[in-house]
Design a protein around this ligand. Sequence first.
Ligand code: SF4
Ligand code: SF4
Length: 450
Amino acid sequence: MTLLEQIKDAGIVGCGGAGFPTHVKLNCTVEYLIVNAAECEPLLRTDRWLMIHKSREIISAAARISKMIQAEKCFIALKETYREEIEALESAIAETGASVSLYRMRNFYPAGDEQIMVCDVTGRTVPPSGIPLDVGAVVSNLATVYSIYGASMGQPFTSKYLTVTGAVSSPCIIHAPLGTSFSRCLKEAGGSLLNRYHVIAGGPMMGKCYTMEEAEGLTVTKTTSGFILVEDDAPLVQAHEIPLSVSLRRARMCCIQCSFCTQMCPRYLTGHPLKPHMIMRKLAYASSPEEALEDPGVQQAMICSECGLCETYACPMGLQPRQVNIYVKNLLRQKSFCYPKPAKTFQQLEERGCRRVPSKRLAARLGVDQYYDYHIDRCVEAVPDRVQISLRQHIGAPSRPLVSPGDRVTCGQLIGAIPEKALGANIHASIDGTVAQVSQSEIIISAHIQ
Ligand code: SF4
Ligand code: SF4
């Protein structure tokens, strides 16, 4: 069986983003393979833990992937401040003799945005609405590469390493079977230090924010990178709670057109024609949102990565250009608008090098800097007695359930298959147990009681 077939069988998807099926992404030949190890979201520590504790597996998998896609150059891109991680990876490279190099990036946000990373490593700008493959590169998240190592050893994707941090008793890395509940993860981290809290699923910049009650329904999926507990009055929680109608009204009334949002926009700095201040202006002065949507300058909202720097860091008026862009994108998608990929090449702007936002300053703006310097090295194995496995953990069609209530399953058994001729990913049982419930969206398994 080829490595690509092993990846498909194991149900590997991109762990760092929306879960694009990896067997589709890696079905190519390219010049550059870049392993994204920057982990640029403040507070997340999972990739750093993996680099220290699973360095040989990561280097070995990177070398195998590189060979499979015939990459001439294979880089692990990480931050220059990751001293211990660099040491571990360099030792693994020396031991294995793999043709893998490290690319040291500065400690800024969003170093882990794949287009920013490609720009840094190759000097090439991915075209607006394009993908790294357009400039001869494939970027794979570090956790994905580690999962590919498992696939190459015949192990399906059944568990995830994630960070549980913030206002918890004992911040840690948790190794959890897919479908483990948030409550179980919180328990493994010693519980909450707060009576009331919000939970960020993912990183504080791009993750989703949940109330304490909503978080009860969260489970670990293939794309879960962490759970962060924060105070109800943390600035990032307040920002999440601003209603869209208020953001739009403020855009009309308070935007002073200073253009700082554009000047600091990472995508604009790579040479893309994205100017959030112009979108704010055109929406403010259009007689209706529909009229504004006809404007090519407003349509550029489609190439916004939603990194959030404009509203968290750049805007002196506390406005929400990102939220406005998301609103515009949704309206344009409803009209089936596709941003045309330009044929010309783009060049990064000269000033890009001096407009980088240090991660720690960003954490302070978000109101989570008290958790920034946590040294997280403890890894806990979660052993849940019940898992709730989503059949929609990836981009594409939901997996087709292959089991029924009452079936006994073993960890690693295929329980959800890719529908015929569809984009998707296989799903496997993450614990030994009995199927308790099956729907079109999830499979619940109860562990065998010993
Ligand atoms: S969220 Fe703001 S800063 Fe980030 S890409 Fe979009 S417009 Fe640029
Ligand atoms: S930074 Fe804020 S005030 Fe300045 S142009 Fe952008 S949205 Fe308007």
